[in-house]
Design a protein around this ligand. Sequence first.
Ligand code: FES
Length: 166
Amino acid sequence: MTADQIRAHIDPIRHEFAEPRSLVLPALKFAQTEKGHLTREDLEAVSAATGFSAAFVESVASFYDRLYLEPTGTRVVSVCVTLSCMLRGADEVWERLCDREGVSHHGGTTGDGRITIQEAQCLGYCDRAPCIQVDADETVGPMTPESAGQLVDDLRVAPAPDEFWR
Ligand code: FES
């Protein structure tokens, strides 16, 4: 994505941000909609559009779970591993899902390129722990290793989302 495209997106919302550096996040989110992840060129375009250094932009991009510096699968499955979920079996859900899908226990993308599995911190769904979020919009729980596997199988055959904001 180009700096001009990013400027066109953030200029109308600039006034909403008292702190100018807060614009970096919506700029990154917008840049990610093009390919589903952020390239070096995207980070440089965000830097040019916002006026903040590429190093600062990259530090923001690398901090947030939903901003990706590498290509992801078509769908992103985030397994909450924070306390409430952990106490209710999230570790078993996580490990068995990773093993089932052939990714390391650090997470990753399945061999068919369809599904990225990642850890997440509290998803605000503690009353349904352990829970999983699909992309950035659907959270489900309580999950078992079996239901998590079924969820991934269902995602494999579901239509891909229209847009790459995750
Ligand atoms: S700890 Fe998992 S949703 Fe809160």
